[in-house]
Design a protein around this ligand. Sequence first.
Ligand code: NAD
Length: 476
Amino acid sequence: MADKYTDFVSRGWGRDLAKRLGLPQPVALRRYEPGAPLVPGPVLLIGAGAGADALETALKGWDVEVVRDPAVVPADGGTHDAGASPASSASPAASAGSGRGGAAKLGGIVLALDTVARPEDLSAPILAAGRALRSLAPNARVVTVSRRSSTADEPALAAARAGVDGILRSLAKELRSGATGNGILLAEGVGADAPSALGALRFLLSGRSAFVDGQFVTVGTAKGERPGDPEKPLAGKVAVVTGAARGIGAAIARTLARDGAKVVVVDVPAAGDALAKVANEVRGTALQLDITKPEAGERILEHALGRHGALDILVHNAGVTRDKLLANMDAWRWDSVIAVNIAAQLRINDALLGSGRLGEGFRIVSVASTSGIAGNRGQTNYAASKAGVIGMVRSTAARLAPIGGTANAVAPGFIETEMTAKIPFATREVARRLNSLQQGGLPLDVAEAIAFLASDAAGGISGNVLRVCGQNLVGQ
Ligand code: NAD
């Protein structure tokens, strides 16, 4: 699972060789550490109006230094060597224009674009952001905050709003040195200061979103709450995680527990020993259960309510692959993948939603896959199930709305797990590098996105599919 190539090109002559040959040069990504600053330097906030002012207030509340005037950020980032590498770590420190002279590089750029009405309105803020790119620190963040375009918009307004999509996805591909670009889309009537808009901004600026790149989070309503303690956003919640004996599921269990939740870990009886270890580690409880059993929903509910008195969060993570080209596909491969990856989730959701025993604000987060979005050779069965997960959460989001609940999916790309370690070397290397961050993600990266979507701050985010893929360059 170790990414030896990244180690090799990160230092000494390996780094020089990779540079000379023009090979990918992935860097160690900035990940969440308790107590660490939200961003690695001041944030340039571009834009005017009530939305921008609300974002400034929030940023300052998170102890982030805010620069409002792009003109004070040096256009060359204090270096003349950053042409191909806007966030180059090789650049000397440049003034962020904070009035401190020679201060830290920018930790991020936030673009408040919620008032754009015509494509021409994009010119000034986007070009200002462009001039500041060379002043970004390694692992910095660019986040746009704009309005979702809809068919109800008149054409120029729809064009301006949709234009942000093309800008952000292209910009994210231009960033280097672990920097990422992501966007927040506000539905009509939702302000930039809505709890979920600010929750998404905090997540996207932080180390928790290390492997989320080139993506948009849509905030559909002004629901959601600001967390009491941002370091323990799941305090007091009871969460169930399926397929938690190893891999991504175990990482999800650890992350939800780190964030304050009481966690029930679920896996097949054959994985009982590993499951018990994870349960002990997270100080939770284990439920040995094959999720394809007809009574799985009732068993989960009884365990969570009986042992912990509540069920607030359900993470559908358990999944299997049985790859074969469709020409060679057999019924066992097809049916078993559908049974575990989607049919079981549907049945469990039906049992829980039909029980009348769920509390306000119940959260479902399902693990999909980029294979379910872009397709993958040899994975018609798997892609059917994962695309099915995406369809399911969109439909379930509407069913949960009356109790203030949400349903979302996270779609991982290439993640370093036992599953991907088995891929032949050459194929694995290609799959690993073909994203904007030029490396595989960690199970923790998927877990962080799930923890965010499960939090109270994300109460206004439902029916979303958040890709954790480093901005895969292949497919949709
Ligand atoms: P994994 O095989 O390491 O772990 C899956 C876990 O699910 C195992 O512990 C397994 O015992 C459990 N499980 C399988 N069938 C079950 C059943 N019927 N009942 C209960 N538990 C069951 O896989 P992983 O790589 O950690 O993947 C976790 C999820 O992430 C899966 O849904 C997978 O499709 C998805 N995913 C993984 C990647 C990746 O790169 N690893 C990429 C995209 C999506």
